[in-house]
Design a protein around this ligand. Structure first.
Ligand code: GTP
Ligand code: MG
Length: 507
């Protein structure tokens, strides 16, 4: 029996609104949610304790500059952190290169599994009776069926990679959460479609991958870190299956099937099928760009310490920075709040290209609408009243290619009207109703989100901030190193300057 739960409004309690249970929650779902919330509360209390210990410690020296990355899942938070590391802690970034090789390999296997699932569905729906299958639906021929069979060793590759990544098995709490959200037992979720690779922040990143790189912690340069002679290295199987994977990806029927299902794999996170020659080569080592494009979901909150130096008229100054990367999945957002106190700056990422998508964890909620709800919650939060807010309207590259391919904004954003379907117009469109007023259960066609995103987000910030504050907005593609590094360098200098001003070191 669905239980009616009164939704608290954004004005009453923004955080409760954002974390509110989905409409029509059943008793069983409520039971699982209550257990998970209890777990989350315990974690949150432990974080509070840890933070107050750290604060006591910090009083002994100069305060570090603290930056919190926020935004929904797949908005680009971890990718922004990677850019920071690449620029200012390149030794640590290099040390992780061998580990990212495994993630890229997992990403490749995942994309292939998505295709194999599509083929399986097409085979099941073979039009023997003709019911509910369009007459022009492509039939999986023998060649494709054989290719599918030949690629079955990839299941073993995935298992080996997952075992190395998570020697203690998948994170059960995440499994429970995902199962609860989809109503399908976790063990029965389609392989690789919903089972995203995720590593909990409690597992230190490098420790997880020591298993891949061996015990020599000093051998940071990746060539030496990998045992190239290891016959069980997943790279060997991937190399052997490279031609079959390429044949599958370029197969006419596969492309038609993907098209029919509106599956735009090229725009999905962790897409590497267009460079299979490179990523399946025997001595493959991911480039910086591949690392930025690799997808690994974040669970929990991880803290990254980087020493930053800023030069100026008064000489150069070094400070410790703490950058916090959080998981953006809906069930993980309750862990954000303990970090709000004492934060210098928030970088909030909104993937604007997601205007035509819904949240994986709440399929009735448009992703742009979710970002706007989150944004409203963040800017109106009292604990963040004096925190700088930097907004990244991210994934501009995907936005551009979507608009160019004819995906019509008007189909998702009613207020866009008959304006031309291009990026410039999309980002300059004015006169739009307040996004936060549209119902969260609305499906894309009936919502009325604004298209003047810059103006709209800035307007919400002005309207909802408890007091006036520093606010910057950038249109970003954080997988693009060059443009992102310019933006991050500016942010670093701005925050350092402000830090010194606050400490009265600059008049
Ligand atoms: N094309 C493109 N891909 C991007 C961009 N920003 C991020 N991505 C990719 O999107 C995927 C998700 O990015 P992440 O940084 O892992 O997202 P996140 O916000 O940390 O997600 P969670 O950890 O689930 O909260 C990765 O594969 C990134 O490479 C962008 O501007 N353009
Ligand atoms: Mg992340």
């Amino acid at each position: 029996m669905p239980t009616k739960i009164r939704r608290r409004s954004l004005e009453e309690d923004p955080l409760a609104y954002i974390c509110a249970p989905p409409d029509g929650e059943t008793e069983e779902q409520r039971h699982v949610r209550v257990i998970l919330e209890k777990e989350a509360k315990q974690i949150s209390d432990a974080i509070d304790e840890q933070l107050s210990r750290e604060k006591a410690q910090e009083k002994k020296g100069p305060r570090p500059v603290k930056v919190l990355l926020l935004g929904q899942s797949e908005s680009g938070k971890s990718t922004t952190l990677k850019n920071f590391q690449l620029m200012y802690d390149s030794k640590a970034f290099r040390a992780e290169r061998a580990s990212w090789r495994a993630i890229v390999q997992l990403n490749v296997v995942r994309s292939i599994h998505v295709i194999l699932d599509v083929i399986t569905r097409a085979q099941i729906r073979r039009p023997t009776t003709g019911e509910d299958v369009p007459p022009a639906s492509p039939i999986v021929d023998d060649e494709l069926a054989t290719l599918k069979l030949r690629l079955s060793p990839l299941i073993r590759v995935e298992e080996i990679l997952m075992q190395r990544l998570m020697p203690n098995g998948p994170d059960k709490s995440d499994a429970a959460r995902l199962a609860q959200l989809t109503n399908i037992p976790y063990s029965e979720l389609p392989r690789n479609v919903n089972r995203e690779v995720a590593v909990h922040s409690a597992n230190p990143w490098k420790d997880v991958f020591k298993r891949l790189v061996g015990n020599d912690t000093e051998s940071f340069d990746s060539e030496k870190a990998i045992d190239w002679e290891d016959p069980s290295d997943p790279g060997v199987v991937l190399h052997a299956l490279a031609d079959d994977m390429k044949a599958l990806w370029s197969h006419r029927i596969v492309q038609t099937l993907l098209d029919r299902q509106n599956l735009r794999l090229q725009e999905a996170a962790g897409f590497f099928l267009d460079c299979l020659d490179e990523v399946t080569s025997l001595k493959y080592m991911p480039s910086d760009d591949h690392i930025l494009r690799a997808r690994l979901k974040t669970l929990g909150v991880s803290e990254h310490r980087i020493k930053m130096t800023s030069g100026g008229m008064t000489g150069s100054i070094s400070r410790d920075w703490r950058i916090y990367d959080v998981g953006g999945h809906r069930s993980l957002r309750a862990a954000w709040a303990p970090y709000f106190d004492d934060m210098h700056s928030i970088i909030f990422l909104c993937p604007i290209s997601a205007f035509d998508q819904v949240l994986a964890e709440e399929p009735r909620l448009n992703r742009l609408a979710d970002s706007v709800n989150l944004w409203t919650m963040i800017v109106s939060h009292k604990l963040l009243a004096n925190t700088n807010i930097i907004l990244f309207l991210n994934k501009i590259d995907i936005m551009k290619s979507k608009l160019e391919s004819g995906i019509r904004l008007v189909d998702y954003v009613n207020s866009y009207g008959s304006r031309p379907n291009d990026l410039e117009n999309a980002s300059n469109c004015a006169s739009v109703p307040c996004l936060s007023s549209f119902p969260s259960h609305a499906v894309t066609n009936s919502i009325n989100p604004c298209l003047d995103l810059r103006k709209k987000f800035a307007g919400i910030q002005r309207e909802h901030s408890p007091s006036s504050r520093v606010f910057y907005c950038h249109m970003t593609t954080v997988t693009d190193r060059k443009s992102t590094q310019i933006i991050l360098a500016n942010i670093k200098d701005m925050l350092m300057h402000q830090y010194l001003e606050d400490a009265s070191l600059i008049p």
